[in-house]
Write a protein of this length. Structure first.
Length: 264
C-alpha cells in the first residue's frame, strides 16, 4: 500500500529500483495487451519473432541495420559540429540574423530540397548523410541557440569580475558552461535523425539501409516483417541514446549531481 500511495503522489521522487519495477510492469502490461489485441490484421509476438528470423537470415537485415546506424553516426557528428558553430556564433551580432534564418529552415521538407543537395554533393552515400545532417542541424541548432540565449546575465558578469576578456568569457560561460545541456540536446536530436533516416533511404535507395527494407516490406503489406523492422529500429535507437547518455555522464559528471533526498 505504501508503494501504491507513493506511485500516485504528485511530485514524488522514487528510487531507481522502484522505477525499474514500474517499467517492468508497464512492459508486461503492453505485451499482454498486444497478445490480446482484437485486431486480426495485427501480427502477434510469435509472428514478429519468426519474421525477424527470416529478415535476419534471408534479407540481410543485419547489413541494412549497420548501414543505417553508420549513416546515423556520420550525420549526427556533422550536425553536432555545425549546430555548435551556429549556436556559438550568436555571441557575435553580425551572425544573429543568419542563425535566426537557420532555425527557421526546420519547416522545409527534405524531399523538396533533396535536388539541391544532389547538385552540391552528388548522389549516393553523401547525399544520404547530407540530408539527414541537415534535418538534424536545423532542430539541434535551434535548441542550442535557445540554450545559449537563456544563459543568465549574472554568469557573464561574474566571469568579468574575474578579469576575463570577452573571448575568455565566451569560452568559459558559453562553451564550457553549457556543455552538458548541449549533449542533452544532442540525444534528443539524434532520435529525430532516426525518424528521418527511413525517409532519406527511401529517397536514395542505391546505398541501401533499413529504410529501403522497410519500404519494400510495406509495399507488399507484410505486417509481421514491418513490425520486426520497426522494433529493430526502436532497439538500435535506444542503444544509441543510452550510449550518448554515457558519453554525457563521462564528459560532464557534475551535471547529474544532486543533494535532493530521494524517497523509497
Amino acid at each position: 500500500m505504501q508503494l501504491l500511495r507513493a506511485a500516485f503522489s504528485p511530485n514524488r521522487t522514487l528510487s531507481a529500483r522502484v522505477m525499474f519495477l514500474f517499467a517492468i510492469a508497464w512492459a508486461v502490461s503492453g505485451c499482454l495487451i498486444w497478445i490480446a489485441s482484437p485486431f486480426a490484421v495485427l501480427p502477434g509476438p510469435g509472428a514478429v519473432l519468426r519474421a525477424f528470423g527470416y529478415l535476419w537470415m534471408h534479407q540481410g537485415m543485419s547489413r541494412e541495420l549497420w548501414a543505417s546506424f553508420s549513416l546515423s553516426v556520420q550525420a549526427v557528428a556533422i550536425a553536432f559540429g555545425c549546430s555548435l558553430l551556429i549556436a556559438y556564433a550568436t555571441v557575435l551580432p553580425i551572425f544573429r540574423p543568419f542563425t535566426a534564418v537557420v532555425s527557421k529552415l526546420r519547416f522545409l521538407g527534405l524531399i523538396g530540397i533533396s535536388f539541391v543537395f544532389m547538385l552540391i554533393v552528388g548522389g549516393g552515400r553523401w547525399l544520404q548523410v547530407s540530408l539527414v545532417a541537415f534535418g538534424i542541424t536545423v532542430f539541434l541548432g535551434t535548441s542550442l541557440i535557445t540554450i545559449v540565449q537563456s544563459i543568465p546575465s549574472d554568469r557573464f558578469d561574474y566571469a568579468r569580475t574575474l578579469r576575463m576578456g570577452e573571448w575568455r568569457v565566451v569560452w568559459e560561460v558559453v562553451v564550457r558552461g553549457t556543455r552538458d545541456q548541449a549533449l542533452s540536446a544532442l540525444r534528443e536530436s539524434a532520435a529525430i535523425g532516426w525518424v528521418m533516416i527511413t525517409m532519406v533511404e527511401g529517397i536514395v535507395r542505391s546505398e541501401g539501409g533499413i529504410g529501403v527494407l522497410l519500404l519494400n516490406e510495406n509495399k507488399y503489406s507484410h505486417f509481421d516483417r514491418i513490425f520486426a523492422i520497426q522494433i529493430s529500429i526502436f532497439l538500435v535507437g535506444i542503444a544509441q541514446d543510452y550510449g550518448l547518455g554515457l558519453l554525457r555522464r563521462w564528459l560532464c559528471p557534475y551535471a547529474d549531481l544532486t543533494t535532493e533526498r530521494r524517497g523509497a
